[in-house]
Design a protein around this ligand. Structure first.
Ligand code: NAI
Ligand code: 15L
Length: 269
């Protein structure tokens, strides 16, 4: 894979899309932007719904790879998830197949395996092969996306790295996030590795920084060439003082998916 590539960034107006718009060009990527909403300060961004197959065909023309961030990023009624995340991701892979795009990086989520008990004490790190245990319809749509990626690799030779992102925000805001936080700079390093590594087939990786309190194994991400540099630990003292430690008997603290298991945040639109 060449180190510099033209990448279609879907979800460019969102939180992660905005962070990656700033950070990925320094890794040598030229970005073409797409979102349902206009992208502030980016008049050339394509404003299109993932339901619009003609717009997607146009958007993927001439690109080397897709970083697919667009979609509903929280829990929502099944019908909405079906349209945006399930059918929308299918539409994008079909456009990629027709245009001969060879690489997709798919924003999967920890919520594909959110019902996995989090490690306690000396428990081993969660392996990337852990069985799927979605905690929401949202998490279920990420399981679908990972399976779709596998199908398009086996049947059509389109490579995908599915990144089970933990929490990618400028700083961790909860005790749980101390374990699953991915700093934006590490996020850009991981997406860059996923866009450029050779012969990935369909690879699933955990997406986080190298946190002291890490819950999961980063081996498959490191095998792509990802070298995380950040750790949430400097935030631990303040967050623990404010919120207290995670309690194993509290269901909202007992699983990888945290509050998505008990009281998921709802997509507001
Ligand atoms: P976000 O909600 O801020 O951004 C999502 C973007 O997708 C929005 O700009 C929205 O307008 C766009 N979008 C929604 N439906 C669309 C459609 N039908 N067609 C075109 N665009 C559409 O979410 P965020 O935090 O930026 O996350 C980006 C991706 O990463 C999402 O797929 C999310 O599920 C995934 N992810 C994010 C995590 C995080 O910590 N930020 C953690 C795990 C996964
Ligand atoms: C996700 O999948 C969400 O998109 C993001 O908004 C966060 O809630 C994150 O998971 C998390 O688990 O913290």
């Amino acid at each position: 894979m060449p180190a510099s590539r033209t990448v279609l960034l879907t979800g460019a107006a969102g939180g992660l899309g905005t962070l990656m718009r700033d950070l990925l060009p320094a890794h040598g990527h030229e970005l073409r932007l797409l979102d349902l909403r206009p992208v502030e300060g980016e008049p050339d961004a394509i404003v299109a719904d993932l339901a619009d197959r003609d717009a997607l065909r146009e958007a993927v023309r001439g690109i080397d790879a897709i970083l697919h961030l667009a979609g509903i990023s929280l829990e929502a009624p099944f019908e909405k998830i079906l349209k945006a995340n399930i059918e929308g991701t299918y539409n994008l892979y079909e456009a990629a197949r027709e245009a001969g795009v060879r690489r997709v990086v798919f924003a999967s989520s920890n919520h594909a395996v959110g019902y996995t008990p989090r490690p306690v004490g000396d428990d081993p790190l969660i392996p990337v092969e852990t069985p799927r245990r979605p905690d929401t319809f949202y998490g279920l749509s990420k399981c679908f996306g990972e399976d779709l990626a596998q199908l398009y690799w086996d049947k059509h030779g389109i490579e995908t790295v599915s990144v089970r992102i933990g929490s990618c925000f400028p700083a961790p805001t909860s005790v749980r996030m101390l374990s699953v936080w991915m700093s934006p700079a590490d996020g850009a390093r991981l997406f860059h590795a996923a866009l450029t590594a050779e012969d990935v087939g369909h690879t699933v990786v955990h997406g986080s920084s190298s946190n002291t309190r890490l819950w999961w194994d980063l081996g498959s991400a490191r095998a792509l060439g990802y070298e995380p540099r950040d750790d949430s630990e400097p935030y631990a003292g303040k967050l623990l003082a404010e919120q207290g430690p995670l309690e194993p008997g509290n269901p909202a603290h007992a699983y990888l998916g945290g509050p998505f298991v008990t009281d998921p945040p709802i997509w507001p639109y």
